[in-house]
Design a protein around this ligand. Structure first.
Ligand code: NAD
Length: 472
């Protein structure tokens, strides 16, 4: 097939097409909105060769020189917010205001990452020798991003990965490649050729990338099931890995909360980005003293929220991003119905076109039910009642996931003492989903391996090198 796509990959500083393409669909309309290059094995080889060729010069630059490039990339993104936000909404589904937030966040994430530094520790300075441990880059990073926050999650990798002196081959999700390809096109003249390569492909490309001998490290964000496959594939070459995987975040709501004030906050903790956030609240444990009033307030608030096409004025929640995920969420709701759970709101899929599911809230289903135990990653939330906070903590922690969690209460010290006992990588008190480029973020148990963000995240793109100098 001829290369008819207006979208090109970025390989070695050049915009290039591929001999095959695949289609990208707008999830609000199910219309094909673009076709993009479906990289071949040879295209992948070329991208990795370009990254390898760029590595010596890039890694030899000072941190300040690399910082300047990240800041220049950030400025380009921030100068194109309107175009990027529209593109993002068209491929991802999220409303324009959220897409705008993601584009701005992507720009500022690069700036935040650029402010980080690597340690250089003199661990011995005796009469006999001087021993110093410094951090050196790994080489070529293979970066793989998911479809829920395509731009900002790519920046989670680009920022620290490049700052540390690595070069990169980035692969966006086949459901959301457009905004990433457009960013690649926009920044191509501010990044030295080959330092950042962006390739797109169908399902065959991810496994090729993780198995490729020319890749030194994989930084992956996506589902736990795929993360396990990535780890297996990376093991052959003993590649370094960072895995940011799924979550089933609990919220624990104490009886001293102000019901009216907190109901909208708790609603958005679960339904922001249509629930398609790794750190969305996916199980809400509410103390029995406030359970009924808070449940009713959340449901009343939910009735006011507009679900629709993200490009339309006033839309607050868009469609599910893609058909497989739409079917998964529908199956979880169907299971709840079959089990006879009390569905307070929603439940029935909205007539197409578009992958629309109404906001669905379930009243105190059994702890063992699928809707409580599985990551729903969509607009469905189980509300769960607790009596004893020890029981709430135990239930919150009884999960194979350990990504995030939150505790809500007027007594902040009490809430903090509970937060410290939630066995997750990040726990928030009286808010959720605040992430910072200078703070470590990662999952425990099956939510992942390693962290992104902060100095610890930056160090994951490096190896320790100890230099020992004998004196005299
Ligand atoms: P996914 O695992 O299906 O896909 C993620 C990426 O991996 C895509 O680019 C995909 O093309 C690629 N991929 C698929 N199979 C592959 C393979 N065998 N080898 C290599 N790459 C492969 O995930 P998704 O559905 O895009 O994203 C949703 C999931 O991501 C949810 O579970 C969510 O919780 C998780 N997530 C985690 C974080 C985090 O930071 N922990 C952030 C966002 C999303």
């Amino acid at each position: 097939m001829a290369d008819s796509s207006q979208y090109k990959m970025l390989i070695g500083g050049q915009l290039v097409g591929a001999s095959e393409q695949f289609d990208v669909v707008n999830p609000a309309t199910e219309q094909v909105i673009a076709s993009v290059p479906d990289a071949s094995q040879a295209d992948l080889d070329a991208a990795i060769a370009a990254a390898r060729a760029a590595f010596p010069a890039w890694s030899a630059k000072t941190m300040d020189e690399r910082r300047a490039v990240l800041n220049a990339m950030s400025d380009v993104i921030l100068a194109n917010i309107d175009e990027l936000k529209r593109l993002l909404t068209s491929e991802q589904g999220k409303p324009h205001h959220e897409a705008e937030g993601e584009v701005i966040g992507a720009g500022y994430w690069l700036k935040g990452a650029a402010s980080l530094d690597l340690p250089r520790d003199v661990v011995e300075d005796s009469e006999e020798r001087r021993v110093e441990t410094r951090r050196v880059p790994l080489g070529v990073v293979g970066a793989i991003a998911p479809w829920n926050f395509p731009l900002i999650l790519a920046m989670f990798k680009i920022g620290p990965g490049l700052l540390a002196g690595n070069t990169m081959v980035l692969k966006p999700s086949p459901f959301t490649p457009l905004s990433t390809l457009r960013v690649a096109e926009l920044i191509k003249d501010v990044v030295p050729a080959g330092v950042l390569n962006v390739i797109t492909g169908s399902d065959r490309l991810g496994p090729w990338l993780t198995a490729h001998q020319g890749i030194d490290k994989i930084s992956f964000t996506g589902s736990t099931a795929t993360g396990k496959r990535v780890m297996e594939s990376a093991s052959a070459g003993l590649k370094r890995i960072t895995l940011e995987l799924g979550g089933n975040d609990p919220a624990i709501v104490m009886p001293d909360v102000d019901v009216a004030e907190i109901a909208p906050k708790l609603f958005w903790a679960a339904f922001n980005n249509n629930g398609q956030i790794c750190i969305a609240t996916k199980r809400m444990y509410i103390h029995k003293d406030v359970y009924e009033p808070l449940r009713d307030a959340i449901v009343e608030y939910a009735k006011t929220v507009k679900v629709g096409d993200g490009s339309e004025q006033g839309t607050q929640i868009g469609p599910i991003n893609n058909r497989p995920q739409y079917e998964r969420v529908k199956a979880l709701i169907a299971d709840s119905k079959e089990q006879g759970h009390n569905i307070l709101l929603g439940g029935d899929a909205i007539e197409g076109p578009g992958y629309f599911i109404p906001v669905t809230i379930i009243d105190n289903p059994p702890e063992t039910s699928r809707i409580v135990q599985e990551e729903q990653f969509g607009p469905v939330l189980p509300l769960l009642k607790f009596d004893d906070v020890e029981d709430a903590i135990a239930r919150a922690n009884a999960s194979e996931y350990g990504l995030g969690g939150s505790v809500w209460g007027a007594d902040t010290d009490r809430a903090l003492s509970i937060a410290e006992r939630v066995a997750s990588g990040t726990v928030w008190v009286n808010e959720t989903q605040y992430l910072s480029p200078v703070a470590a973020f990662g999952g425990r148990r099956q939510s992942g391996i390693g962290v992104e963000g902060g100095r610890e995240g930056l160090m994951e793109y490096t190896a320790a090198q100890t230099i020992s100098v004998k004196k005299g």
